[in-house]
Design a protein around this ligand. Structure first.
Ligand code: SAH
Length: 344
């Protein structure tokens, strides 16, 4: 694919209308084109659009549907995709089925700069930000391939969404719009390692998405070791930003906590978490840590996990243990991309 081709999924409805007009076509062609693009159609399928226009578009643009490089299906129905981007990079997305419908987990960057010690996404290095069209393309391609309608989006794939701020905001707005994917902001979750400035900025956007904070330790010294971002934005700064977010949006914040055997799963850690979060409108998601080669981390035992959860509950903190989907296909993000890179 020509990397210089412009991705039509990066264009809004007005851009598409103007493009059609500039090519000597009526304005309404823009809306027709948009409908096809959001269904994941390629130019040849766009039967109500004149062939001449399709040919012209094909010369300079791509439709935004991504190439499926690999696809793994779990026995629980979870499907993991490795998508190829126009410039030869790869990203991962996961389609999960819940009681309430389908949820797509998407990547926001090719690689990640954040350097968290337990995370596979950071190991293959950072290459570039994804455009909003490339984020939409992941949902549209996965939905089309799986033949489902996506009702929820989580930005928990590869990358740090708040490190790609403008494109992520543009993506969320496009995904929410009626003519786009029609997914309400409340059905979108943005997960961050804790870029406090970005959280404060997001709090002022009028986009009430569910904010998830990857916490993993209630102690600054340990968190700085596991997550370098904590050196710039330590827990008090992060807490202030979270307060602002809840105040502005009215949304309860989710804290993610990956339990690692002998590292952050002690009673002392649970008590530390209680004092950090007490009195806040929040929910804690306890995640048995996924094995990542080279880290030596192992997940906490089921007994330890339950004991940890109970300490939180007794301390008045609402906590659940995350149901793990796609265990048999290594659905945690970053693993496939890393494998793909190590082949070259
Ligand atoms: N950069 C964002 C989003 C991507 S990571 C963030 O940090 O939140 C999505 C979630 O997976 C984060 O909570 C991250 O901490 C968690 N995660 C990363 N590696 C993990 C692993 N090995 N086991 C369990 N969770 C992991």
């Amino acid at each position: 694919m020509d990397t210089k081709s412009r991705n039509l999924l990066d264009c809004g409805k007005t851009d598409l209308e103007e493009l059609c007009v500039s090519l000597g076509q009526p304005r309404f062609r823009g809306a027709q084109l948009m409908q096809w693009l959001y269904r994941g159609a390629d130019f040849d399928e766009m039967t109500n659009i004149p062939e001449k226009l399709r040919e012209t578009l094909k010369e300079s643009y791509v439709s935004g549907r991504l190439g499926i490089r690999r696809k793994l299906t779990s026995s629980d129905g979870t499907v993991k995709y490795l998508f190829g981007l126009g410039d030869g990079n790869y990203v991962e997305s996961v389609m999960m089925k819940y009681k309430y419908g389908y949820s797509a987990c998407i990547s926001t960057q090719a690689g990640c700069k954040m350097g968290c010690s337990f995370c596979a996404s950071t190991q293959a290095g950072f290459v570039r930000n994804l455009t909003s069209g490339e984020m939409l393309g992941q949902i549209i391609t996965a939905a089309r391939d799986s033949g489902v309608r996506v009702g929820h989006v989580v930005m928990m794939g590869i990358g740090e969404p708040l490190d790609n701020y403008e494109n992520v905001i543009a993506f969320m707005k496009a995904a929410q719009s009626e003519e786009g994917l029609g997914i309400s902001f409340r059905n979108m979750s943005l997960s961050t390692c804790g870029l406090a400035d970005g959280i404060i900025r997001l709090a002022g956007e009028g986009i009430p998405v569910t904010l998830c904070i990857s916490l993993h330790s209630p102690f600054d010294a340990q968190r700085s070791e596991m997550m370098p971002v904590n050196r710039k934005y330590p827990l008090d700064k992060l807490s202030d930003a979270c307060n602002i977010y809840t105040l502005n949006t009215g949304r309860r914040i989710t804290y993610e906590y990956a339990l690692i055997d002998g590292v952050n799963d002690s009673d002392r850690h649970a008590a530390g978490l209680v004092s950090l979060l007490k009195g806040r409108s929040c929910h804690v998601n306890l995640i048995p840590v996924n094995k990542v080669a080279g880290t030596g981390y192992r997940k906490a035992s089921d007994r330890r996990t339950e004991a940890f959860r109970q300490i939180l509950e007794k301390g008045g903190i609402n906590a659940t243990v995350r149901r793990t989907l796609g265990q048999d296909i290594d659905a945690a993000c970053g693993q496939l991309r890393r494998e793909e890179h190590s082949k070259v």
